[in-house]
Design a protein around this ligand. Sequence first.
Ligand code: SF4
Length: 511
Amino acid sequence: MAKLKIGIIDLVSKGPATTMWARIMHANLASIMPTVVATWCEQEGHSVQMICYTGFEDLDKELPRDVDVVFICSFTQAALLAYALSNYFRTKGAVTVLGGPHARCYPDDAILYFDYVLGFTHKSTIIGLLDNCVSQSEGKYLSEKNQPVSLPGVEERWKFIEPTLKKAPFIKGVPMLGSLGCPYTCPFCIDSTVPYQTLDFETTKNDLRFLLTKFKRPLVSWHDPNFGIKFNENLDAIASVAPPKSFRFIAESSLSILTEDHLKTFQQNGFEAILPGIESWYELGNKSRTAHKSGEEKMNQVSEHVNRVFQYIPYVQTNFVLGLDCDEGDEPFELTKRFVDKTPAAFPGYSLLSAFGEAAPLNLGYQRENRVLPFPFQFLNNHLAMNIKPKNYEWIDFYDKVIDLTSYTFSNKAIYRRFMANGGFTTKWMNVMRAISSEGYGRLKFFRQVRAQLIEDKNFRDYFEGETTELPSFYTDIIKETLGYWYQWLPKGAIEHDQNAYLHKSLKKVA
Ligand code: SF4
């Protein structure tokens, strides 16, 4: 096989970043797969240049040079930057490949702008691709049936992980994976259709041993969709190589996993931050151990549970989805405000209901009901736009409720109560920083701008109602500003996409 010069770009940011939150956290949000692909490519004898773009680099200067092939990993919110970069590299004669969540959610759109688009990717997928790597007039989608059963460990990937970690000023979390997929079936989730599998515990143990040679007390951020499903095996593997308190861990685990016994074990092993998904007061109770409870009863039980978690874990972020079809009237929002009062130490993370292409089975239903709006990818990040028309709310009423809840959650009083209820310097200041940076104040300001446009601009309102597909200049201007220099490289038509592509594809399969 010819030895190739390969560039790998991990897009954490969709454009230049300025906020305090981005400065501290973006380098901690790097993906695992770009470092895996980089390692596989090197194992095959190719030379690799890799960059993780956090929004603070001069991208033009730091891009890989003189490469034959470029792999780009992107979430949907950075897809337009990915498309622009692909266009740029193709004019320089490179073959371009897209991987990551956007590739899995919108493969039919991505093949218009890349030579190859990757779904589930194994080492053999990469070898096959590089063996016969030529530019394509129509992009090819390559996907294996399942996720890979094993991945190179942290030690093997360290030369690609370390430069990104060096960009993080204080918190330096090493991303690791103990499992893939999830046994739960939350219908909006990309992992709900991926069979649960653990990765090799021996690799995990080696990685932990290796990290002890690199840091005094390493911080590991588990990227498992739902950490601790096989709780005992997982924690036994950790405990066998990591003496108590020698590590700090962050994980996303559902409340159903956070029993008192498990919490004690988490605490003994240095788990310092947990992010359980609550999502709704009316549905998805099985993952929060509230299967037969709903509304106020569920809120009270979840609040008690989360307060109990704080006896063992210093940092908890509780995740909610706003605008689900089961929500109606004031109650869901008022219950969340009560939760904020009753659970003052928790940091609530709010997501506006969004349908990411073919990520989740539920999206087919939204597309069938003609409720998916064609917001450009740049805004699909769970808060800049909600691309599903809510079932039980008018838009202005919905934004009023979202604004009310967000301002309540990040009011001076709530910030102060959270500060006082949290223990430890890092937790206290992390939550204040999140509240006054892009996540609290920043989102509130943006929601208010959207609400004002909904009232003042008929075209804007019509776009939200699905009565026009003409994108309001409010959004076009943001795209131009965010992409900056790279806007000129955006291929023609890339701002638009078929928001019902998943439905059209499934109808074709039936015919
Ligand atoms: S529990 Fe979490 S990871 Fe699992 S399907 Fe539900 S949302 Fe997805």
